[in-house]
Design a protein around this ligand. Structure first.
Ligand SMILES: Cc1ncc(C[n+]2csc(CCOP(=O)(O)OP(=O)(O)O)c2C)c(N)n1
Ligand SMILES: [Mg+2]
Length: 594
């Protein structure tokens, strides 16, 4: 018989540790956990039918709310279905707490139904795994399970944040034999409403000698570039703005860095670094000698190529001890908190006064910010001409959304072309728009579920721009939207297949050298011809196919409306490649004549 006080203790500890949201997938073995979560008024339970979708839904909820989210699933393949979201959460450092129900020890490995080996099933992809013993009613067990839950949430939260897995066995009967809900004062094991186990973690900065050394390395280099990659610390953008101003370094701002949009000082922020650093005359004249990187690997491939080609001194600041260096160049890793380090460096450089960088640094930064403005004008002029022809272009949604999204809006971009178009077309703005994408593992799976999970956090209106293959991959995400009355605007870029592959060599050669001419479309382009409109409406959403002008009008007036609306924007894969090349050429021309 499962100990009711231990179950209540699990829910109590989650709440005490700051958890507010639990995503529950239906099942029998998980009954004690589902009921315990549902019975605690501090926890909001949302049911998601498909565990794969549920994992991503929880991921989106955790990203948007910046709080750990719990997922409860039954035994068997239900657990295995969480793996894709676990992988993404691990690489993107998103806090998830997975509570998986299991058979008791005597029913494992002996042909009991719906029983698989769940012990350590997520391997290296979780920050911590613990097998919880049967909740047998011993006082020590009650304390143990509360302590394990407290440690699980703390581990998920940081150092780095990520998924943790608790496997919890239950013996029948599965329906608890007593009332659930918050623990009474007498049952709190003497710790009151505080967590049984919590962790106070610091944000370590550099020792002053190391800081001085780093500051002098920056002060001695005029041609420095700050690369702000994907990251979620809302305090970092202002810290980077301060750092940039001290040595006069421009900031190549990935759209997922939080640096491109927001009320902080953006005078050194570049929105078009992806274009500026494409191989060409402008890049050759502006090779950086030092690059200081914050956040994860940037979305822009030209920035990675630049790192490999210029082989600047690379400094990577990562408070979670990561080793991000996909360009494989000589690197100093600074394992100290990013915002703390950026501010301390700004102070150290400011205090140093008259660094050798001096006036030259200002000219260097101005060259980049001027070029960024030139690129911006060139892109907008080019886009105006495309729009005047009434021709659809896949970057259009981001150019429009940059102008209409309010403070606090979440702008999700699917993987494949949408996140690249986000990089090229989202303008910098003083409004606190929050662009997001699953860039941990770059999967095209679970994109819609993640965005709808973010919508469930109710922190601001959600707009998702997603490709058609990705949308088809995750159609049943819409079930959760219907169950929970969620609101989101989805721009479906429908190019009838995988448009990104048209940019790759296999698209032009069609693999004649391996004797398979004509198989590009079958293997990569994958046209499907599916009209998702009836599926969307069957699942309770609104659906509308829009022209470029229609898309502009729709985005301007529907972003904050309730319900799920899908605007299908039809484009052509082959033409899309030409248009992207035209846009890049327009920037290159403008840069060479400026
Ligand atoms: C889970 C997963 N499967 C396959 C891929 C490989 N992949 C990358 S892009 C892509 C096509 C995506 O098509 P779509 O969503 O329509 O976007 P588009 O390329 O048209 O912009 C595929 C299959 C992946 N990244 N993730
Ligand atoms: Mg597509």
């Amino acid at each position: 018989m499962t100990d009711v006080l231990a179950l209540r203790g699990i829910a109590e500890e989650l709440v005490a540790a700051g958890v507010t949201d639990v995503v529950v997938c239906p099942g029998s073995r998980s009954t004690p956990l589902a009921l315990a979560a549902r019975a605690h008024p501090g926890l909001r339970v949302r049911v998601v039918l498909d565990e794969r979708s549920a994992g991503y839904f929880a991921l989106g909820l955790a990203r948007a709310s910046r709080r750990p989210v719990v997922v409860v699933v039954t035994s068997g393949t239900a657990v295995a279905n969480l793996l894709p979201a676990v992988v993404e959460a691990s690489l993107a450092r998103v806090p998830l707490v997975l509570l998986t129900a299991d058979r008791p020890p005597e029913l494992r490995d002996r042909g009991a139904p719906q029983t698989i080996d769940q012990v350590g099933i997520f391997g290296q992809h979780v920050r911590w795994f613990a097998e919880v013993p049967l909740l047998d009613g011993a006082t020590e067990m009650r304390r143990h399970v509360r302590s394990v839950v407290g440690r699980a949430v703390a581990t998920a939260r940081g150092g780095p944040a990520g998924p943790v897995h608790l496997n919890i066995p239950f013996r029948e009967p599965l329906v608890p034999a007593g009332a659930l809900g918050p623990l009474a004062e007498a049952d709190l094991e003497g710790v009151g409403p505080r967590p049984f186990t919590d962790v106070v973690a610091g944000r370590p900065g550099l020792a002053s000698v190391d800081l001085a050394d780093l500051a002098s390395r920056l002060a001695s280099v005029e041609r420095g570039l700050i690369v702000a990659g994907p990251q979620d610390d809302p305090g970092l953008p202002a810290a980077l703005a301060r750092l940039a101003a001290a040595p006069g370094y421009p900031i190549a701002a990935d759209p997922l860095s939080g640096v491109r949009c927001g009320p902080h000082d953006r005078s050194h922020v570049l929105s078009h670094a992806d274009h500026l650093v494409r191989p060409g005359a402008w890049r050759d004249a502006h090779m950086p000698e030092l690059v200081i990187r914050f956040g994860a690997t940037p979305t822009s491939k030209p920035i990675l190529t630049l790192l490999g080609d210029a082989t600047p001194t690379q400094i990577v600041v990562d408070g979670d001890g990561g080793w991000s260096d996909p360009a494989i160049i000589p690197t100093t890793f600074i394992h100290a908190d990013a915002a703390v380090t950026a501010c301390a460096l700004a102070d150290a450089l400011g205090a140093g006064g008259g660094s050798s960088a001096g006036v030259g640094a200002t000219a260097w930064a101005a060259a980049w910010t001027d070029a960024d403005r030139t690129a911006d004008r060139a892109l907008l002029d080019w886009l105006a001409k495309v729009e005047a022809r009434g021709e659809p272009f896949e970057g259009l949604p981001f150019a429009v959304l940059g102008g209409v999204l309010p403070d606090g809006a979440l702008l999700w971009a699917g993987n494949s072309m949408p996140v690249r178009d986000l990089d090229d077309w989202l303008p910098g703005t003083g409004r606190a728009v929050r662009p997001l994408s699953n860039r941990g593992a770059n999967g095209i799976d679970g994109v819609v579920s993640t965005a709808l999970g973010a919508a469930a956090a109710e922190v601001g209106p959600v707009v998702l721009v997603v490709g058609d293959v990705s949308f088809l991959h995750d159609l049943n995400a819409l079930v959760a939207a219907r169950l929970h009355g969620l609101s989101a605007t989805i721009v479906l870029i429908d190019n009838d297949g995988g448009g990104i592959f048209s940019f790759l060599p296999q698209a032009t050669t069609d693999a004649p050298e391996v004797g398979l001419p004509g198989h590009y479309e079958e293997l990569f382009g994958t046209p499907h011809g599916i009209d998702v409109g009836p599926v969307v409406t069957a699942l309770g959403g609104e659906y509308e196919a829009v022209s470029p002008a229609g898309l502009r009008a729709a985005l301007a007036e529907t972003v904050a409306r309730p319900g799920v609306r899908v605007f299908s924007f039809r484009t052509d894969r082959a033409r899309n490649v030409e248009l992207h090349r035209e846009a890049a050429a327009a920037v290159a021309d403008a840069l060479s004549s400026s």
